[in-house]
Write a protein of this length. Sequence first.
Lengths: 48, 568
Amino acid sequence: MQDHRQHNKNEGQDLPPFVKTWKQFYLLLIGWLIFLIVAFYIFTGLTQ
Amino acid sequence: MSGLDWGVLIFTLVVIVSYGMYKSRGAQNIQGYLLASQSSPWYSVCLSVMATQASAITFLAAPGLAFSSGMSFVQFYFGLPLAMIVLCITFVPIFHRLKVYTAYEYLEQRFDLNTRALTAFLFLIQRGLSTGITIYAPSIILSTILDINTTYTTLCIGGIVVAYTVYGGSKAVSYTQMLQMSIIFLGLFAAGIMVVHLLPADIGFGRAISIAGKMGRTNAIDLKFDWNNQYNVWSGLIGGFFLQLSYFGTDQSQVGRYLTGASVSQSRLGLLMNGLVKIPMQFLILLIGVLVFTFYQYNRPPVFFNSFELNKLENSSYQPQLGVLKAEYEKTFQAKQLAVNKLSKALESDNQHVIDQQRTVLQQADEHTKAVRKQVTDLMLKNDKSADINDNNYVFLSFVTRYLPKGLIGLLIAIIFLASMGSTASALNSLASTSVIDIYKRLIDKEAGDQKYLAASRWSTVLWGAVCIAMALYASKIGNLLEAVNILGSYIYGTILGVFLVAFYIRHVNGKAVFYAAVITELIVCICGWQKVVAYLWLNLIGCMLVVLIAMLLQLVFKNPKKTFSQI
């Protein structure tokens, strides 16, 4: 069975422009989750 | 449905299936067939992962849930971004580095053949049965809405999916899912705009949300910890994390999707983007349900949204009682309408006293409406013990078919077909991958050539497609099969996740210990489930924890590890 995997030697090149490392992306995602929970909390409070 | 709607429905399905088959045409090898040649960019991985998770029921049940009990369901997804991070750090790099086709293949490299075969076997049982339900559940709803036989809707959904999945394999699945998700987003956006447009002239988007909020439908966050409350922040973050981790990390229908990524980075990006957009997407779907709720404060909703069950009751000896309940329902609706108008004016003038007063009146009326509906469903059960008394899945489609303009109805019905097809296609592809890679290639014919494995994969997809369609057709004969399959999933998921957690994080445990731990755990979980020791959802956590604990204990007995994590 052949393997046609295109191995990317420099994974950092595939990062989106708004982050420099994967760690930053993970922290961004955690920050986004916290933001959403706070935003939904405010939404719940304001509309009820 | 009008001719235009049928035209839109058929045109949408034909275009998407043709596009998927065209893009996946040409000679393929096994790697191309099962993993789309591992050439997918991150956005394809992201949309494919989302399409696999979002079954038709996701788009039907979520607005219905928001309509009946509010937006608390959004908290169920809070664990998903955290699970995506763990997957990107641990699962994705290991699966890519070891160049596996299936998640279970990795378990042989880490442990032994027995553990791989056991988890692959458990997956095949669970996914094989649940895919039948993935086809059946929307088929029964569509047959009610379109007033055609369930057999036809089942054969239509199942037949189309099997055709393009067999033809194009994983590439066809990915390409169709990309287009499917784009149309699903477009259709839902149009539906949201139309609901606001159909509200009375003086009720805008903000006012509609405020009215629903005063009636308890905008409860997106609940910070109280309560074991009995399914949806709060803590159950979403903790329980949801384990559930999403087991689903994305150990279920081949998802693993097979992100392994199509062109590199570790592309797979990671796809998963992390899924983590970014999934919660807002679910929030917006629930918001549509909230807007439909406000719409029905100005337009009388049916006393029960499943017209098939309601018609059955109307044609029974219980028709006089139903008539009395309908009159009571109408009276309550008129009282509610008066209160809603007063509330709307009070919101405009910001009169807090009247707002509080009308909120109480509306909440009481809402409770009374629920009580009347409960009496109606009681009558349904008296008339027919097997009656389906949960009409959540019918709320949104009932609204669509009654109030949306021609053309858009066809598009939204197409969305239900597409969502069902997307998740079913991934499941069939994963069943074929596991059957061929983990069973056929590993245990039956190790030395066959690439073309033979490719042919085996196609036949395996056909076979699993036939099994799933047969399951879906048979499901209509057994009322509680849906719940039975969910219970079966809880029996299995926890054990498989436990095996993977030991594989990744407990380095000194070897194959023999984890295999026996998985077998013992499966027996304990089956007994717990059979004896109803706990609610079946907890079996996931129990199964996972038991595998980890028993494997560590057995390792003390067996000692002498053959292969450790650091060697892989």
